[in-house]
Design a protein around this ligand. Structure first.
Ligand code: NDP
Length: 256
């Protein structure tokens, strides 16, 4: 972890329950670890059970509580069953972090139907599915936090990412609308738009990434997954009860 973020915010989430999608690596793993370190019991969701086990082992070793729940986040039946079973077992769900996401980048003339559909299903349909299922549970309890990980790509566009930026712009629209629907029931819904964060997703950019950081990111560095996790922690906390429908960028000044 860098010197820039060695002083962390402190939040007490003991007694709270959370679902984090895409928790097997990268930003989702950092979010799951941060919520668990604050005392929340965390259901870690992704397709790969092996990688999820690594997240849960790390959380347990640090004294936290977490469970492995392999699930394809675009599968309506599986998501609905998962949310219902966790709500029943835990007596409610306090926090949902919709973080799972993929890219399938190419310029629009070459983009296949499959690449369009896969990105929209994983990045946008999944947020709809978890939000729909969790909203019922949270409305009944008159409390809840839904935090959606979008992207600056959804705000400013990015050549080669028509499917991805459309999915993330969709997440932002969904966030703002559901925030209005659920605000009177004390359920907040917010989105975070990371810029370029060190992870497997950005590693795939190779040498073009260094050039991009130097020329386009005013902070002259990549963000760290823990910096996104800290913003999630704040939005999940009681301190953020009056923040809803908000879109927070974490991008080192990339977007104007
Ligand atoms: P990674 O590729 O490192 O991790 C993606 C996670 O999503 C993995 O846990 C993966 O697990 C899971 N996942 C992918 N598809 C599915 C699926 N169908 N069902 C369940 N889980 C799935 O990504 P990052 O950590 O970099 O990104 C996390 C989020 O942040 C994404 O939404 C991304 O769009 C967003 N973001 C990232 C940025 C960055 O710079 N890294 C910038 C802006 C936004 P598995 O493969 O096992 O299913």
């Amino acid at each position: 972890m860098s010197e820039a973020i060695n002083r962390r915010i402190q939040v007490d989430l003991s007694g709270r329950t959370a679902i984090v999608t895409g928790a097997s690596r990268g930003i989702g793993k950092a979010i799951a670890m941060r919520l668990a370190a604050a005392g929340a019991k965390v259901a870690c969701v992704a397709r790969s059970a092996d990688k999820l086990n690594e997240t849960v082992d790390a959380i347990t070793a640090a004294g936290g509580e977490a469970e492995v729940h392999p699930c394809d986040v675009s599968d309506s039946e599986a998501v609905t069953k998962l949310v219902e079973s966790l709500a029943e077992k835990w007596g409610g769900i306090d926090i949902v972090v919709n973080n799972a996401g993929i890219t399938k980048d190419t310029l629009i003339p070459r983009m296949s139907d499959e690449d369009w559909d896969a990105v929209i299903a994983t990045n946008l349909r999944s947020v709809f599915l978890f939000t729909r299922a969790a909203s019922l549970v949270m409305m009944r309890k008159r409390s809840g936090r839904i935090i959606n990980i979008a992207s600056v790509s959804g705000l400013m566009g990015n050549a080669g990412q028509a499917n991805y930026s459309a999915s993330k712009a969709g997440v932002i629209g969904l966030t703002r609308t559901v925030a209005q629907e659920l605000a009177s029931r004390k359920v907040t819904v917010n989105a975070i738009c990371p810029g370029f964060i060190a992870s497997e997703m950005t590693q795939a950019m190779g040498a073009t990434l260094d050039e991009f950081v130097k020329t386009r990111i005013p902070a002259k560095r990549l963000g760290e997954a823990e910096e996104v996790a800290d913003a999630v922690l704040y939005l999940a906390s009681d301190s953020a009860a009056y923040i809803t429908g908000e879109v927070i960028t974490i991008d080192g000044g990339l977007t104007p």
